[in-house]
Structures are given as C-alpha cells and as structure tokens.
Design a protein around this ligand. Structure first.
Ligand code: HEM
Length: 378
C-alpha cells in the first residue's frame, strides 16, 4: 500500500530528515532532526539505558551456558568410550531436533537477528515494515488473559487455531503469523508462544522503541485452550469498556494509557477492522506522537461509509478510533496522555515496563529464568 505515510516513514528511517521537521510537533527535536536512523536510535536508547548499560545476553544466562560447556566437555570425553557416544547422540538430538534443550540468551539472539533481517528485507509490506503487525500479534496473543481464571495470555499461542484465529479482533494477523513461520522452521526448538512475543519485542526495538527485556519459557497449548471471543477491546467503545477489558488483565489507568501509545505504529485496514488509516506520520517508528497528535490536532468525524472514526482536520490523512478519543475525554486517562505527550523518555520507560507485563501475563516462568535484553541490529 503506497501512501504518503509510507513515503514519510521511509524518509525518516533512512537518513537525514527534512520531512521530520515538516511535522507539527509541540516540542522540537533538534537532536533527532539531523541524525541518521542509527543516530536516532543511539540517542534515544542511550537516554533510556542510563549510561549505555545493556542487559545483554551473557548476564542472565551463566547457569545455562555452563550447562552447555559441560555438554561440550562430555563430547570430548565421548570420543574415548561408548557411553559418552550415547551422550553425544543425546546432545545432538536435543539441539537439532527441536526438543527443549538448554537454551541461552545467545540462542534467542540468533532468532532475534533473523527476525530483524526479515523485517529489513520485506519492506514492501504496508508502510514499509511488518513491524506494527508483529506488535499487534504479540499483543493479541497476550491480551486474552483473564486474571480471575488464569486463562488466556501469551502462554499457548492458541491463535494458531480456529476459532481464535477467526475472531473478528484477530483479522489480518495471519500476515504476522506467516511472516514468522520461516523463522519457526529455521529454529524449531522455539515455541510459537515465545516466538510471537520475541517477534513483538524485536519489532518494537527495531522500530527505535525502548529496550524490551525478554524472558523465554512459554509453552504451546492445543485448541482446547482457545479463549472465547470478546476478550480484546472493541474500538467503537469508550472508557468504561476499556477499563473493563484492561482491568480484567490486571492493568490500571496509567498502564492502559501507556499501552495505547503503541498506536504510534501501524495503521487500520478497511479489510481487517473496517477502520482506515495511520495514527501518525511515522507509522514504523515508535515515538510519543500518538499522544501529541491526540492533544494538538483538531479531530473531526470522517465522512465516509465506514464505521465511526475521526480524522485530523489539517490533513485528513490521520485517524483516531473512538476508543483512542476516550483517552482524552476521560479525565484520569487524560492526565497520563498529557504526561506522555510532554515526555518521550517517560513514555519509553513506562511503555517498556507495561509491555513486558502484558507479554508475561499468565506465564509460569521457571524461577531461574531471568529476563535479558537482546541486541538491536544497529
Ligand atoms: C486500547 C484498546 C485498543 C483498541 C480498541 C485497539 C484497536 C485497534 C484496531 C481497530 C486496529 C486496526 C487493525 C487493522 O485494521 O489492521 C489496531 C491496530 C493496531 N494496534 Fe491496537 N487497539 C488497542 C490497543 C492496542 C495495544 C495495547 C497495542 C499494543 C501494545 C496495540 C497495537 C496495535 C498496533 C501496532 C496496530 C497496527 C497494526 C497494523 O499496522 O497492522 N493496540 N488496534
């Protein structure tokens, strides 16, 4: 879909950005305006990482790495005797056949790197990236969680099956599942449940968002674990509905608003949700623009045959859902919209924390599995 937004985003992602300067912004970003893409990432990430610290791989995986080292030395010993040969066979069966061997952060980094390069390569999709739809897949896999019953959530990847794959809210997510399928083929040991969340983590980081610590350990479930329809939010509804849905998962008002900032990314598709258009001018770069635009632009009903939605008065190219508008209409939500519009670092910090919470809802992690941050591609 070639659109003005796509052209804009491309300009933004590739190099110097006069186009960036043309976007109305409450706070100028001189530091970002002149920087190339990697510079933007570096500046933002440096701010978030507090002194450049990256919680990368080896930090949290010493125990599993030593397990691998042990298995390496038993391989050496195996050359000498039949017993050890059996051990070698066992090791390779585990590693190559896809059953659950000891996995280190390095293994997940390898999966991350393949997803990241597929994102880079497949730039003909939508506004130039599969990133937004990967984020949506991870969110819809997680957002079915019900804290009362402990059902739903990312532990299971039950959207692989009908009826969950056919739920109206999940329309279009096949594109994201298909995008990740070759990655699953390449790394058969990873569960779909972990892969879909890793896809979301990778997409957010690669779209210049904050670091999102990742913790593996989700297990796939069968069709019987599919959740009933209606657990995900309905875009035509307002604040009461949003609170019902997100409180059920265990979130508060601040967290609801922080999560909604993901609508800086991607677009609505008439053949999926019925709604149309992107929320921001840079739909493949995560910023706090969703909040800024909500507050700064004048929004009017779009005149069309589709469902009730809003368009910005100035250009008529951006959109807001009724559920998005509820965030400015509701007093408590609005306080957080203002805070995030004024402070991108605060948004990044809170967004990272809340999306990790979302991605981990209902997952019974083993105690010794600690989160780690995976390295971005630039
Ligand atoms: C607050 C309640 C929410 C409602 C009512 C809502 C509704 C929607 C709708 C109707 C679309 C358009 C789907 C399409 O036509 O392709 C969409 C897209 C999207 N949503 Fe939400 N959403 C909500 C919360 C969230 C959250 C919590 C996240 C992630 C943290 C998220 C991430 C996204 C992304 C990234 C897209 C773009 C997908 C694409 O470009 O294909 N949304 N959402």
């Amino acid at each position: 879909m070639a659109t003005a937004a796509r052209t804009f985003t491309r300009a933004l992602r590739t190099s110097a950005r006069p186009a960036f300067a043309a976007v109305p912004r409450a706070a100028p970003r001189t530091a970002f305006t002149a920087a190339p893409r990697s510079g933007v990432a570096a500046v933002r990430r440096a701010a978030f990482q507090q002194g450049g610290r990256r919680y990368y791989s080896s930090e949290s995986s010493s125990s599993s790495e030593s397990t691998e080292q042990k298995s390496g030395s038993s391989r050496t010993a195996a050359i000498a005797g039949a017993l050890a040969l059996v051990a070698i066979a066992g090791y390779y069966a585990t590693t190559l056949s896809g059953s659950s061997g000891p996995r280190t952060a390095k293994d997940y980094q390898a999966v991350y790197d393949v997803i990241a390069s597929r994102l880079e390569e497949n730039d003909e999709y939508d506004d130039g990236s599969y990133g937004p739809v990967l984020v949506r897949l991870a969110w819809h896999a997680s957002g079915t969680f019900d804290k009362q019953t402990g059902t739903g959530g990312s532990n299971g990847a039950t959207m692989r099956f009908a009826p969950e794959s056919d739920h109206g809210a999940n329309a279009g997510l096949k594109a994201a599942r298909d995008f990740l399928e070759p990655v699953k083929k390449q790394f058969p040991w990873i569960t779909y449940s972990d892969l879909w969340i890793l896809g979301g983590v990778c997409a957010i980081q690669e779209m210049l968002g904050p670091n999102i610590p990742f913790r593996p350990g989700r297990e796939d479930k069968d069709v019987a674990a599919c959740t009933p329809d209606g657990r995900l939010p309905d875009a035509s509804q307002a604040h009461d509905h949003l609170r019902n849905i997100f409180y059920r998962m265990g979130f508060n008002d601040q967290e609801i608003v922080a999560l909604a900032g993901a609508h800086a990314l991607g677009r609505c598709h008439p053949d999926r949700s019925g709604y149309s258009g992107p929320w921001t001018f840079s739909p493949t770069v995560l910023t706090n623009d969703f909040y800024k635009l909500l507050l700064d632009e004048k929004w009017q009903y779009k005149k069309w045959d589709g469902p009730k939605q809003f368009e910005d008065k100035k250009t008529g190219t951006l959109m807001m859902l009724p559920a998005d508008m509820a965030l400015v209409q509701d007093k408590k939500f609005n306080e957080w919209v203002k805070k995030y519009a004024a402070d991108n670092d605060l948004f990044f910090k809170d967004f990272s924390a809340v999306i990790v919470k979302l991605f981990e809802l209902g997952v019974p992690f083993k105690e010794d599995v600690k989160p780690f941050v995976l390295k971005t591609s630039n």
